[in-house]
Design a protein around this ligand. Structure first.
Ligand code: TXA
Ligand code: MG
Length: 542
């Protein structure tokens, strides 16, 4: 499909009549609104609305907002317009507010996502209003991004997501609000904000009295919990990078970013701060100015991808005015990862020892005690998945014979190649250890964001890997040779000679013991639980 792209800033531009006719006859066009760009189609024509879902890749159970340009268009869509709804319309329409009421059969199921309600809004953008007038029908219009991406706040961002997928794009420059409309439901006992936006809770309360804020605005829904607003349950607004929000003052933020910087780290901060940081920065508005933060946020998230960011440390937004709307979008872009810089940092323990000593048993017991467990064996498999940089570095170093026919890593062939090549083992470690360590750091950030007190890094090769420096204390697990032999034979189904061969390749006891801050003897008659009690008590004060 060829997508027509027009820059139109004059509401009297005759090309808007063509866009109106296109929409009236079942076409799909991206149009500017004061909040974000919308992907519009005739709301009363299910075939036209289907094209929106196809172009966005949007789940069918996520309903659309219906846009109108005068009050007369509202009544046929809803069963009743209660006084509260009239008050809201009078105060905030046209503008960034969406009102949910019980729908009539005129609204197709595909628009309401199968619900018995419909969300309606009257936008204030002069071009949106001109298009609505020209087409003469209400327009269903979700934000004009591919599903999961940040909403577009200018024409080029729409083009990047929708070129070739829709009939036309109208570019009228950047949106003034920058985040989507406030969504208020009036079908329950009390008015309820399902999505915060340009009309703040204070503004709503000034008109309606008390309003409720839905749980999903700032919190991740539990598995199986129903969403009042279906859109809130999906991954949203996310750039490719891992985003972590850091809550605290700028000095604490700068120190944390400095301590965690590496290739691909980008700061998402306020305009005044970018020059004060030692990492590349993208700004989203001015400190203490929520409206400017809202206006810039989505564009800034898109810039992250353009910059090739791998990890983004975001400043916590201001909490006044539109702050709730900004935080609502940002926590979703960050998959709810927020680290409170004022809280004590996670205590990081490394766990190592010889094969068969019983590291996994210790790790499992600490998991049950509420520790965050990082299993580097799992990470080691992840870093060499097909398509990773690590796997291609390995084939560069050891040749294509380390791959199986399906392109996955042949671990046995890799070990053979590494032990036969001069310095092969060092080369292997130099390629894989830093990659694993990157994932360890991601996991530690996740532990901090989830408020864990203790994290355990389970790593057989801890002492010779760069991950060692992350540990506040090193735990070494030991057991007698006979016990380890029995465990290895049982665990890996090995004969005694093979198990003994494997044990011979291990480092000496002293290699581990001289690095240990804590030694756990995992063999009867030593009481494992008593030793772990002791470990937790002693390190409570560290
Ligand atoms: O500012 C805006 O509202 C933009 C511009 C284009 O108008 N539109 C927009 O639409 O953000 P969309 O589809 O991206 O977001 C609509 C949100 C979704 O979270 C959806 O689940 C919710 O509104 N919604 C729509 N109808 C609903 C209903 N009947 N009940 C509950 N939530 C509803
Ligand atoms: Mg959207």
């Amino acid at each position: 499909m060829n997508t027509k792209y027009d820059v139109i800033t004059d509401p009297a531009d005759p090309r808007l009549a063509e866009i109106g006719a296109l929409l009236n006859s079942g076409g799909v066009a991206a149009i500017p609104t004061e909040t974000v760009y919308g992907l519009a189609a005739n709301a009363l024509d299910p075939k036209a609305v289907e094209k929106i879902f196809a172009a966005k890749g949007r789940p069918a159970d996520n309903p659309l907002i219906v846009h109108i340009c005068d009050m007369a268009q509202w009544a046929p869509l809803v069963q009743e317009i209660p006084p509260a709804a009239k008050k809201l319309a009078k105060a905030f329409w046209p503008g960034p507010l969406t009102v949910i009421l019980k729908k009539t059969p005129l609204v197709p199921d595909i628009v309401s996502g199968g619900l018995d309600t419909v969300a309606v809004r009257m936008p204030s953008h002069p071009i949106a209003r001109a298009i609505l007038k020209a087409c003469g029908v209400p327009l269903a219009a979700p934000s004009a991004n591919r599903s999961g991406k940040p909403s577009p706040t200018d024409g080029p961002s729409v083009l990047a997501d929708m070129d070739g997928r829709i009939d036309a794009i109208v570019d009228a420059g950047p949106c003034s609000v920058g985040v989507e409309s406030t969504v208020v439901s009036l079908v329950g006992a009390a008015p309820r904000v399902l999505r915060p936006g340009g009309v703040t809770p204070d503004m709503l309360e000034a008109v309606l009295g008390p309003v409720e804020i839905d749980d999903a605005v700032l919190h991740r829904l539990a598995d199986g919990q129903a969403a009042a607003s279906p859109g809130m349950k999906y991954k949203h607004y996310a750039p490719e990078a891992q985003v972590v929000i850091l809550k605290g003052d700028f000095a604490a933020y700068r120190a944390f970013v400095e301590a965690h910087r590496r290739d691909g780290t980008v700061a998402l901060c306020f305009e005044e701060e970018a020059a004060l940081l030692g990492v590349p920065a993208v700004t989203y508005g001015r400190a203490e100015d929520s409206a400017s933060q809202a206006q810039r946020l989505f564009d800034a998230l898109r810039e992250m991808d353009a910059k090739g960011a791998k990890r983004v440390f975001a400043r916590f937004p201001a909490q006044s005015g539109m702050g709730l709307a900004v935080l609502n979008r940002l926590v979703r872009a960050a998959a709810f990862r927020v680290i409170d810089l004022a809280a004590p940092p996670v205590r990081v323990f490394g766990l190592t020892g010889k094969t068969g000593a019983g590291k996994s048993t210790v790790a499992e017991k600490l998991r049950q005690r509420g520790w965050y467990i990082i299993d580097t064996d799992v990470l080691a498999r992840r870093v060499v998945e097909p398509g990773t940089r690590t796997l291609s570095a390995l084939t560069d170093a050891f040749g294509q014979s380390i791959l199986l026919p399906d392109g996955t890593l042949d671990r046995k062939a890799l070990v053979r190649a590494a032990v036969t090549q001069p310095n092969g083992v060092q080369t292997l470690n130099a390629i894989t250890h830093p990659a694993i360590d990157d994932l360890v750091e991601d996991a530690l950030l996740d532990a901090a964001a989830q408020g864990y007190k203790n994290a355990l890094i389970d790593a057989a090769a801890l002492l010779e890997s760069p991950t060692r420096r992350r540990c506040d204390a090193i735990i070494v697990v030991t057991a007698s040779e006979g016990t380890r032999l029995r465990r290895i034979m049982a665990r890996d189904g090995l004969s005694e000679p093979v198990a003994r061969e494997r044990m011979k390749m291990q480092k000496k006891d002293d290699y581990y013991l001289s690095a240990a801050d804590v030694v756990i003897n995992n063999e009867p008659p030593f009481d494992l639980d008593a030793q772990l009690n002791d470990l937790e008590e002693r390190h409570e004060t560290v």
